[in-house]
Design a protein around this ligand. Structure first.
Ligand code: ADP
Length: 445
């Protein structure tokens, strides 16, 4: 690998990205900003492309608008012309959705690769004689999270449908950004992982992609591996993060039962360098498009390999998450005298976490569902619904809110972000997750 690294010139051609979603949009805006290369992001969804070309971007990420404003129309373009963009670029990122399969084999667990295969077929169709190539081949980069060995399957689809003499190198370059901090994560990534074939052409392709990132990422953070390790690493990284959340959520229930405080426990264990302080905040369950999907994918992979115990182990992370969502809903009903029938309940925040407008798999969906089933009147407010409405829930005028509420006035703080002592002194009855029960006298349970 070293020989190629030293002798190969950096990539200077155009870049195309298929899929203008939560991953493709911000990632490519950063690539355009940092490299100066011409980057075209394409999508079949015209509405989404129109939004990327407008003043109101289709997704909210702190700092994203500034990056797009600096690059759009100069070297960053959003278009529905998939064929032209694929033809003109030798590096093509694929960042399409890979939801959990809802039918047939692997239903409810395996990834649905329909969109991925569609993108691969568009690439072969657009690869006509005269298309842009790098050292005689096109480089296709998996950005979407895909099951292990997707790269092999895609190489087959690509290779068997393109003109004679054209070759493809499929690389796995999973995106580790977290929604809500995407721009910061992309500006200073912990690592960039590039997996590819260990053949000479494979190594050349890996190096071409590495040279793109090397515009702003220190070389020692660009990690190279074989393609299967890269594909698996993405699933495992998300599974580990989700597992930490389920672990802390499981302990939040124990804290409530024993009178311990989950925030004290988390801070005590988080100072151990072997554990670390991150991802130790309890909450109403994880959401977002990745965690559950990726664990299910991992479970399916284990089951397919006959590893029943390993599959069961990871499945428990999801079961615990479902339990946490259910139990928060039940806590609300139990505490308010076992009935919320016709009661007005305000829900502050609907996205799956702070600083994003993304509501995919948000625990708020389940919790609101529980409340609606119990015939409550639910009003939802989320600050990312429109950007100019951004507040923080911490700074609301709770005294005024208290005065307008029916008594006893309850607050259920699923994220433990409010000042509980202060709110209690106003007169609220407040219960946080993983906090000693303060509402027992009221509920009598
Ligand atoms: P992610 O969160 O992984 O970025 P999204 O669902 O936000 O996923 O975005 C994926 C995008 O990929 C969607 O906008 C969808 O329209 C687009 N897409 C799916 N299949 C194709 C395809 N074959 N060609 C172009 N765009 C596609």
């Amino acid at each position: 690998m070293r020989e190629v690294e030293e002798n190969q010139p950096p990539y200077t051609g155009k870049i195309c990205c298929i899929g203008a979603g939560y991953v493709g949009g911000p990632t490519m805006a950063m690539v355009a900003l940092k490299t100066g290369l011409t980057v075209t992001v394409v999508d079949l969804n015209k509405q989404r492309i129109d939004a990327w070309n407008s003043d109101r971007l289709p997704i909210y990420e702190p700092g994203l608008e500034e990056v797009v404003k600096q690059t759009r129309g100069k070297n960053l373009f959003f278009s529905t012309d998939v064929e032209a963009a694929v033809r003109d670029a030798a590096i093509i990122f694929v960042s399409v959705n890979t939801p959990t399969k809802e039918y047939g084999f692997g239903k409810g667990r395996a990834a649905d690769l329909t969109y991925w295969e569609g993108a691969a077929r568009s690439i072969s169709k657009a690869t006509v004689p005269g298309s842009a190539l790098f050292q005689g081949f096109k480089i296709v980069v998996e950005k979407s999270t895909v099951p292990v060995s997707t790269a092999d399957a895609m190489t087959c689809v690509l290779q068997e449908n393109c003109p004679a003499g054209v070759h493809f190198q499929v690389l796995s370059n999973p995106e580790f950004l977290a929604e809500g901090t995407a721009i910061a994560d992309l500006t200073q990534p912990d690592r960039v992982l590039i997996g590819g074939s260990m053949s000479k052409e494979g190594i050349m392709a890996i190096e071409a992609l590495a040279s793109v990132y090397a515009h702003w990422v220190p070389r020692e953070r660009i990690v190279k591996s074989n393609v299967w390790s890269a594909e698996l690493s993405k699933l495992v990284a998300n599974a580990f993060l989700a597992q930490r959340i389920s672990s802390v959520n499981a302990l939040s229930e124990l804290c409530e039962a024993t009178g311990a405080d989950i925030d004290h426990v988390a801070s005590a264990i988080g100072s151990d360098p072997g554990i670390g302080p991150k991802f130790l905040k309890c909450g109403p369950g994880f959401g977002g498009s990745c965690f559950q999907k990726d664990i299910l994918n991992l479970v399916y992979l284990c089951q397919s390999a006959g590893l029943t115990d390993v599959a069961e182990y990871w499945l428990q992370v999801i079961r615990m998450n479902d339990h946490q969502k259910r139990r928060f809903g039940k806590l609300i009903v139990d505490t308010m005298f076992n009935t919320i029938n016709d009661k007005k309940i305000a829900v502050l925040g609907f996205a799956f976490k702070a600083d994003t407008g993304d509501t995919r798999e948000s625990p708020a969906i389940d919790i609101c569902g529980t409340m609606l089933n119990e015939n409550a009147k639910v009003t939802v407010f989320d600050p990312e619904v429109t950007e100019d409405q951004v507040l923080q829930f911490r700074d609301l005028d709770y005294r005024r809110i208290f005065d307008t509420m029916c008594k006893p006035a309850f607050i259920f703080d699923g994220r433990n972000i409010l000042d509980h002592d202060q709110l209690q002194s106003i007169g609220f009855r407040i219960q946080g997750l993983g906090k000693p029960k303060t509402l027992e006298i009221v509920s009598g349970s």
